[in-house]
Design a protein around this ligand. Sequence first.
Ligand code: GLC
Length: 394
Amino acid sequence: MSREEKMGSWFADARFGMFIHWGIYAVPGRGEWVRMQEQIPQDEYAKFAGQFNPTKYDSYAWALLAKEAGMKYMVLTTRHHDGFCLFDSQTTDFTAPKTAAKRDLIAEYVRGCRKTGLKVGFYYSLGNWQFDALFKHTAKGPQKDPKGWAAMVDQTHAQLRELCSNYGKIDLLWYDGGWGTAKDWRAKELNATVRSLQPQILINNRSNLPEDFDTPEQHLTASKPGRMWESCMTMNCHWGYFEADHEWKSTKQLVHNITACAAGAGNYLLNVGPKPDGSIPLESAKRLREIGEWMKVNGPAIYASQRCPLDSGTAGVFTQKGNKLYLIVHWWPGETLTLPKVPMEIKSASLLATRENVAFRRDGKRLVLTGLPKASPDPRSTVIVLERRTRATA
Ligand code: GLC
């Protein structure tokens, strides 16, 4: 039995999760790379920790919103490249509990996820810009500053032991910031430790080892069949809260992205960047609720769906489950929709949302759906279910 079958079935079926980039970089509100991009010295940057007091942070409300959107899991930045920990750590004082927030934001997060039944994911940046060996890595790095680099890696290992020991069961570990090689991070040893503490955990591919799943970033590219994968994407253009970024993707586009992932049997990890007070920007919350309305109706075409080899032409994408083929129409063609090649026998066709039957006829290898509404009944995407004739249904 593969690892996927053994432990990853929840992930293989989940299709939709919430990524959350949150840390003291939300205070200046210019994205999570602000320290590097503006070359802010550490003592100056650390002042944001003194202003990071998220009085509106309610992890349960976050989890409820994720659930309403149709998401099955959440992944929160326990620490990003800046090294600021949202959790309590014995390795550093640069943490939320030891600065203005005075709270273990990760303990609260885990409770919020659990209360709603969502799976718990930890994002963790292997690299930490507090160490010059990384911050100035072009000048330094593991070869030029082996001592500094080793100190950083030791801290990383120690913090991951804390994260995997202090918060109960963790379902997923999402590494990032692993500049260099697996050897530079002692990644084999690290992942063995993580798995010994969390035997059920799924680990992404960013420790420079393949582990359990691939992580295409800002694009929707399926891995080979049999390999789990998840596309992560921003809802505007940045991960961390960026006050001036108003380039929001439309709900329709986001729905199309979920369906494109589902068509490749992958997941869509959609990001929100909460404000420093812990509230999720209204633009994000609005889109999540709208996506949720669509998912509520069309979930059967998405969750636990499989790849379907049928060609939808330019109409959209196909998924399948059992004897049902789901045609998810992105570009509604009008009253007639012709599928170029449907080799299997089709017993019935209907609209998923209303169960209304759709008339169809065979034209050689083509299947022609007729008498459809002139415009897409759902402006975001309408799903048509084709039921295959199997022996049992014949
Ligand atoms: C990149 C960025 C980072 C972001 C991540 C999400 O690696 O460095 O800021 O967290 O992508 O996938």
